[in-house]
Design a protein around this ligand. Structure first.
Ligand SMILES: Cc1cc2nc3c(=O)[nH]c(=O)nc-3n(C[C@H](O)[C@H](O)[C@H](O)COP(=O)(O)OP(=O)(O)OC[C@H]3O[C@@H](n4cnc5c(N)ncnc54)[C@H](O)[C@@H]3O)c2cc1C
Length: 377
């Protein structure tokens, strides 16, 4: 079978690694538009057990990644000058570039060759491939080449976000919500290395225009945000890496393959960054597709159909939770009318997957304090 993978992000790299490792009779080509050491954004966060599935499936990758992870327990919600701790919830984080380089190393060890600095602008050069895999992210050319075939729908959240880094090293996953003279704004911030943190700023459409962010350059935005979050940053600067304002796309595809093309990861679906799952989902998609190819006895179409049939029901649930979280953030300014502990409870309940008993189990100290405050209110 001849397989061409477009894109060497987490999905494409991991799929190539699995296919090589399986020693199938596959001719594999992987093309990536960027250099191996180039990427967007800063660190990515995973829930504590998000990578546990790799422990059994892929101990080599698990053992390569886990020592590099930053770890902490608890989420700090900053609202109206109060810090509310949601105890008990564990997270890990790693620099996106570091994760990619670990995956590259493991993939090379299996014999994968990636052609870097090679943007694909026209898929016709691969028309003789049995399978063209779109691991090419949010703006996927593979998906755009046949949106009708994939049944693609894309909508954009109204909030704006910009992804920065900072040298301020935060002790835990933190969220700071502020009311500015121009409207509500928030930052998601957490360390992803001993010296760096992600600092992802989000604001409503109204705050975006009222603050004049639409008229600022990348550098002016960075300086303005350093002022807005001066107390949080504690004298540290923000660091840019193509940190422009964007609106998060919600991407959905009715069909995961069409003709000889199949998509996975962000090309197929997005998961709002507030649930920190996009990378894990991309890796899990790769596992599902590799498994289906392995079981298909050289029949590309059967493999793509099995991939969709097996993976879609699981994925739909996770994407629904991510979309519920995104919907909460779309109106976070309204939730900010709540006092800090009620606000934190609203935050924890936002995906609809945690009722009070589950929250009590996960964050017992927080719930005890929330109940104490309720009874004395
Ligand atoms: C602001 C923000 C914060 C996030 N935070 C987190 C987080 O905390 N945790 C988490 O798990 N996830 C997070 N994510 C999501 C995560 O980044 C993605 O879900 C993940 O990178 C998807 O992997 P992928 O391989 O599908 O796509 P990508 O990582 O986008 O990789 C696609 C690759 O394809 C290449 N490519 C694209 N087009 C072409 C072309 N025409 N020719 C050749 N190559 C091409 C690109 O250069 C890229 O290398 C966040 C996303 C955003 C936007």
């Amino acid at each position: 079978m001849r397989i061409v993978i477009i894109g060497a992000g987490p999905a494409g790299l991991y799929l190539s690694l699995l296919l090589k490792r399986s020693r199938l009779d596959v001719s594999l080509q992987v093309v990536e538009q960027n250099a191996p050491d180039s990427t967007f954004g800063f660190g990515v966060v995973f829930s504590e057990d998000a990578l546990e599935f790799l422990k059994q499936d892929d101990p080599e990758i698990f053992n390569a990644i886990t020592p590099e992870l930053e770890r902490w327990r608890g989420i700090a919600i900053h609202h109206r000058g109060e810090r509310v701790m949601l105890d008990g919830i564990g997270f890990t984080a790693i620099g996106r570039l570091q994760l990619l380089q670990l995956l590259q190393k493991q993939a090379y060890a299996e014999g994968v060759k990636v052609t870097f600095n090679r943007p694909v602008n026209d898929l016709s050069e691969f028309s003789d491939a049995d399978m063209i895999v779109g691991a090419d992210g949010v703006t996927s050319l593979v998906r755009r080449s046949d949106e009708a075939g994939f049944g693609t729908s894309i909508s954009y959240l109204s909030n704006r976000f910009a992804w920065f880094g900072t040298t301020k090293v935060f002790d835990t996953l933190s969220q700071t919500f502020l009311e500015t003279p121009h409207g509500p704004i928030n930052a998601h911030h957490y360390r992803y290395s001993p010296t760096m943190s992600t600092f992802l700023v989000e604001c409503t459409d109204q705050t975006f225009f009222a603050s004049g962010f639409d008229r600022m350059s990348e550098d002016e935005t960075r300086i303005a945000l350093e002022r807005v979050f001066a107390a949080t940053l504690d004298g540290h600067a923000l660091v840019s890496n193509r940190s422009i304002w964007r609106q998060f796309p919600i991407i959905h595809n009715e069909r995961w393959f069409t003709g000889n093309k199949v998509i996975l990861g962000d090309a197929l679906h997005t998961a709002h960054f507030s649930i920190g799952s996009g990378t894990r989902l991309a890796i899990e998609d790769a596992i599902a597709l590799a498994r289906a190819i392995k079981a298909s006895s050289d029949d590309a179409r059967a493999a793509m159909a099995a991939y969709q049939a097996q993976r879609k029901p699981v994925l739909d649930k996770l994407v629904a939770a991510a979309n519920a979280s995104a919907a909460w953030y779309e109106t976070f300014g309204e939730h900010m009318a709540l006092p800090p502990y009620d606000f934190a409870m609203s935050y924890l309940s936002r995906t609809g997957r945690m009722d009070i008993e589950r929250i009590r189990k996960v964050a017992p100290e927080f719930v005890a304090e929330w109940e104490r405050r309720k009874s004395t209110a």
